[in-house]
Design a protein around this ligand. Structure first.
Ligand SMILES: Cc1cc2nc3c(=O)[nH]c(=O)nc-3n(C[C@H](O)[C@H](O)[C@H](O)COP(=O)(O)OP(=O)(O)OC[C@H]3O[C@@H](n4cnc5c(N)ncnc54)[C@H](O)[C@@H]3O)c2cc1C
Length: 387
């Protein structure tokens, strides 16, 4: 078992980290305050060629694996950009996996290059208000009307819809088929045409630079050419990309936790109370030491899952475990970093309160910790399905 990265992988991490130094903590604080999308950061990442890291070479990508993509996303998050930075490019990195795997050559040629060049942003529209984690209950309807479909329904929590020109959207084209609740769902990649889609931003706790929205879709025309793969198999196509998505979120969470821990350690070394650095007290040291161990253990699971995925081996248990462990470790690191900062942890200028608000995101999305525990209990331990 080899835990080391190759020189090429380390170079990816270092180069992304170097680019991120142009966007310091103050930059992210200002974006968070104003709620402005970090377009210049997105453009810089695109200009350096990073958006296509895991996309096929023939369409302008680098054709690398999820290991490299995870290293890249972790470097962004760890730079202090946190989920504000990571979420601004996350969808470009692996969101179009269903197109890469199931799209036609013509669709790939049409859709991948503008995304890789950073000319087009896309959002991922799956969650619905009445379905929640039970995707089988998706109600957004798509029905045929000549050589197009018409879509009607609602989606919730759709990130980057304020700035996206395109969306990957799951809709029901027929009732559940063959006894499978997830049958009858189809996947489309199409224009987010605001004449038919009202995009209403949700006021939320953190990551204000990257919007999340309600979508109200009213007879959105979607050409048949914008359907990915076969009608009714959309959920299966989506499933294919779920493990890599969990791995990337987990890598981002470890990055944010490390950023918080680094700030806590720096502060604990310099802050003098009772004539000694607060970091000399074991009550400050031990929680931070525990956070380091938890983050590094989660990181091992992240890259174990990434390695399995890149070798084409099953990785569902590891990808889910990585997402769970990394999100919890990230949250605890941000919380302990705030406690180590005392009152100043609550002040925006120290950045920890922003980190702590963002640390809730990987716990809640794209799947909850409860549902991961249900999955591990059933699929790994062999207990009865509970949901
Ligand atoms: C910041 C943010 C960004 C997001 N971005 C996107 C996006 O871009 N695109 C998108 O499609 N979605 C997005 N989401 C949605 C996200 O994936 C969902 O919020 C998540 O899947 C949970 O669904 P829900 O909120 O409907 O929770 P619910 O399904 O309502 O669940 C609520 C709670 O009940 C628990 N629960 C439900 N059933 C069971 C059970 N059987 N056993 C145990 N516990 C159970 C859950 O674990 C959870 O704790 C985003 C969410 C957030 C917060």
């Amino acid at each position: 078992m080899d835990f080391s990265f190759t020189p090429e992988q380390l170079a990816i991490r270092d180069n992304v980290a170097k680019l991120c130094t142009r966007f310091d903590a103050q930059y992210w604080l200002e974006r968070d305050r104003a709620g402005h999308f970090p377009h210049d950061f997105h453009s810089a990442i695109a200009a350096a060629g990073w958006l296509g890291i895991a996309m096929p070479q023939e369409f302008g990508g680098a054709g690398l694996g999820i290991t490299e993509a995870a290293l890249m996303m972790q470097a962004i998050s760890q730079s202090g950009a946190g989920f504000s930075g990571a979420s601004s490019v996350h969808m470009n990195i692996f969101g179009l996996n269903p197109v890469v795997v199931y799209g036609t050559a013509q669709q790939k040629k049409r859709w991948l290059p503008p995304l890789i060049r950073g000319e087009e942003k896309a959002c991922f529209a799956v969650t619905e208000p009445d379905a929640g984690l039970n995707t089988a209950r998706t109600k957004t309807a798509a029905w045929r009307d000549g050589d197009r479909y018409l879509l009607r329904g609602q989606k919730i929590w759709i990130s980057t819809a304020q700035v996206a020109a395109k969306m990957l959207i799951l809709a029901r084209t027929s009732a559940a088929e063959g006894g499978r609740a997830t049958g009858g769902l189809s996947l489309f990649y199409t224009d987010l045409d605001r004449r038919y889609v009202e995009v209403r931003e949700i006021e939320k706790m953190g990551r204000h630079a990257v919007d999340s929205n309600m979508l109200f879709i009213e007879e959105l025309p979607v050409p048949v050419d914008d359907r990915i793969g076969e009608e009714g198999k959309g959920f299966d196509y989506l499933l294919h990309g779920l493990n890599p998505e969990r791995i990337l979120i987990a890598a981002e969470a470890v990055g944010l936790g490390r950023a918080a821990l680094a700030r806590a350690v720096a502060y604990a070394n310099e802050r003098i109370v009772f004539d000694r650095p607060i970091g000399q007290n074991q009550a400050i040291q031990h929680p931070l030491a525990r956070c380091w161990m938890e983050l590094e253990a989660a990181d091992l699971m992240v890259f174990k899952a990434a390695g399995l995925y890149d070798r084409g081996e099953p990785c569902g248990a590891e990808a889910n475990a990585a997402k769970y462990l990394a999100a919890e470790a990230c949250f605890r690191a941000c919380e302990q970093a705030m406690l180590a900062h005392g009152g100043m942890g609550y002040a925006k200028e120290y950045h920890i309160e922003r980190f702590l608000r963002e640390a809730m995101i990987p716990r809640l999305a794209p799947v909850s910790p409860q549902l991961i525990l249900c999955f591990i209990a059933e699929k790994v331990l062999g207990l009865p399905k509970s949901y």
